[in-house]
Every structure is written in C-alpha cells, then in structure tokens.
Write a protein that binds this ligand. Structure first.
Ligand code: ZN
Ligand code: ZN
Length: 149
C-alpha cells in the first residue's frame, strides 16, 4: 500500500450494503460502453482500487458475471450498482455514485468512447480510449505481470 492511501466509504441507496477501502488515488474514470450504460443508467463512473475491501451486508450483495473475466456487484434490496470486479483478482472499480463523499475526485480518463451515444458529452478534458485501445492496454499489462489476461 502507498503511504498516501485515502479511505473511501460508500453505500447503496437503501444502506443494506456498505463498503470502505484504502485507495491509492482519488481518481475516477468513465466507461461509456453499452454494458455499463445498461447496468448503471448512464456511463459507469468508477474509482479503481487494487486491494482489500471492507463490506457490510454481504448477504445483500448480488454478483452478476457480465463477462468471462468480470462480475458486477449490486444491492439485492434496492438494485444500486456498487462495483465492477475483475474475477480472480483484488481489482475493483467502485461506483462513484455510491461514494459518501462525492467531491475531491479527479476524472482522469474516458474509455469505450467509441460506444458513447450521441445524447451527451462530458466537458472534462481527459484522454479518451476506444474499446480496442482499452483491450490492447489490458493485454499489455497482463503480459508484463505474467498474467493470462
Ligand atoms: Zn440497497
Ligand atoms: Zn463499460
């Protein structure tokens, strides 16, 4: 863990599920892909985190396996989208909308920009990656770390 970890806390709409984690950076990214938009009613804005997560109300957490490599966590009671999780890793992306303190976050990237619908545009100036660019970066990272994708 970095010395400058920030403790973030979040919860679902009804409060049945809460979480907290010590994240390295208060940086978020937005995913415009079709899956994220179906799941979260808009672009999924997430705070990436690698490491342990403290959950309460785990019996209320539903997990939907949305691909071969990832699942999406939600509250079974109120339906709130809570996190994206890479299976077999401790990598999470917490829903920015679930965070108790929504201020002080930096939007640093937008991904799957090629799937963004034309009814909105963020004014934030960030790098914008297509889906193909995201997968290429992910595969390069996995190769460096000796993973298998
Ligand atoms: Zn809930
Ligand atoms: Zn997405």
């Amino acid at each position: 863990m970095g010395a400058a970890a920030h403790t973030v806390k979040g919860r679902c709409l009804c409060g049945a599920v809460t979480f907290s984690a010590d994240v390295a950076k208060l940086e978020i990214d937005a995913c415009h892909c079709e899956m994220c938009r179906r799941w979260s009613a808009g672009p999924y804005i997430g705070l990436p985190h690698d490491g342990p997560v403290r959950f309460t109300g785990v019996d209320n957490i539903g997990r939907y396996k949305s691909s071969e490599w990832a699942e999406r966590g939600f509250c079974k009671a109120c339906g709130s989208s809570l996190f994206y999780h890479l299976l077999g890793t401790d990598h999470y992306s917490f829903s920015a909308g679930s965070l108790d303190d929504a201020n002080g976050l930096d939007l640093v990237a937008q991904i799957f920009i090629d799937e963004k619908p034309d009814y909105y545009d963020f004014a934030n100036e960030t790098p914008k990656l297509t889906g193909a660019e995201v997968f290429a970066a992910f595969q390069a990272k996995s190769a460096r770390e000796g993973g298998n994708g």
